[in-house]
Design a protein around this ligand. Structure first.
Ligand code: NAP
Length: 301
């Protein structure tokens, strides 16, 4: 069975391609600038998802049964400043993906975000009303609406604060380990809550979704933690000095950020936990995996 993945060079996409190949799927992996390092038989295609003509040619040729749309302009402050680009990639790009999915009647898996919520409540359920407070969240929410009204069979997956290794950008967890390993102090926010999601486990969960094809929205994320609690858990797991982590307040960062951040965008994952077997919610297991990946990375570099 052919599965097409967009954003294959990203933090999630690179792990996803590896996971799908490992499960024996024929993977067509779209990347734009950074091609992931994945062993095995992968059909890599360099393409901009807003290029509807080339995208349609590719889809007609490969005929994927499932399309996983993980590509996005994910720089939250960048989206606030370069609104045209954010709209082009996250909305027009998703429109292209919906159109080509219709051409081959593929099941569409759209990777959305916790940032569609305003963060006033926390532990959001799938049927809570979205109300984004920044432009990134707004464009991702419009993407969700395009998917919902497409007439396609779809699964919308909402993770939160993805971390891990691989991909072209550094995640918060990697930053924490790098700084603490070189005895540098970091600041971590005590009053901003997310549900940190390890890319490896998210990729596993999405691969399960490809197999089961549950319909509707699923919150696939870790447990609720403040950025400070998350950083200290990472430090303890990797035997790094916790006392180098300084407590900061969300208000201290407000004038450093262009876009507003939700105060508590954590997600209730009970629905996904009742459907999927992957322990994406288990922070101790996730950090164990992350720690192993980190150690292997040091050894091999
Ligand atoms: N990171 C998080 O904390 C987080 C949290 C919740 C939800 N999400 C969602 O999860 C998904 C995956 O996120 P991620 O962290 O893996 O993001 P990422 O590392 O920034 O990867 C996004 C990928 O999209 C590609 N892309 C951007 N514009 C494109 C275009 N016009 N055409 C083709 N490819 C394009 C990028 O390619 P280039 O880099 O080569 O341009 C990049 O490889 C996204 O949909 C995001 O909205 C992320």
């Amino acid at each position: 069975m052919v599965v097409l993945v967009t954003g294959s060079g990203g933090l999630l996409g690179a792990k996803l391609v590896r996971e799908l190949v490992g499960r024996g799927y024929e993977v067509v992996a779209i990347y734009r600038s950074s091609k992931p390092l994945v062993e095995g038989d992968v059909d890599f295609v360099r393409l901009d998802i807003t290029d509807w003509v080339r995208l349609e040619d590719l889809v007609l040729k490969k005929k994927p049964e499932v399309i996983i749309h993980a590509a996005a302009y994910t720089d939250v402050d960048g989206c606030e400043i370069y609104r045209e680009k954010a709209w082009r990639v996250n909305v027009e790009g998703t429109k292209s993906i919906v159109r080509v999915s219709r051409v081959v009647n593929a099941h569409l898996v759209y990777i959305s975000t916790d940032y569609i919520f305003d963060g006033e409540k926390g532990l959001y359920r799938e049927d809570d009303i979205p109300s984004p407070i920044n432009y990134y969240g707004l464009t991702k929410l419009v993407g969700e609406e395009l998917v919902k009204s497409s007439g396609l069979l779809y699964t919308i997956v909402r993770p939160s604060a993805i971390y891990g290794l691989g991909g072209s950008k550094k995640s918060f967890a990697e930053f924490v380990v790098e700084q603490l390993s070189s005895n540098k102090k970091i600041k971590a926010i005590v009053d901003q809550y997310v549900s940190p999601t390890l890319n490896t486990l998210l990729a596993e969960a999405v691969a399960e979704i490809v197999n089961l094809r549950p319909l509707g929205i699923l919150h696939v994320a870790g447990p609720v933690l403040s950025r400070y609690e998350f950083a200290t858990k990472i430090a303890r797991k990797l035997d790094l000095p916790v006392d180098l982590i300084e407590k900061a307040k969300l208000d201290d960062f407000r004038d450093k950020w262009v876009a507003k951040r939700p105060r508590n965008s954590s997600l209730d994952t009970s629905k996904a936990r009742s459907i999927l077997r992957t322990p994406f919610y288990d922070i101790e297991y996730a950090l164990e995996l992350f720690s192993e990946e980190w150690k292997n990375r040091i050894v091999s570099s």
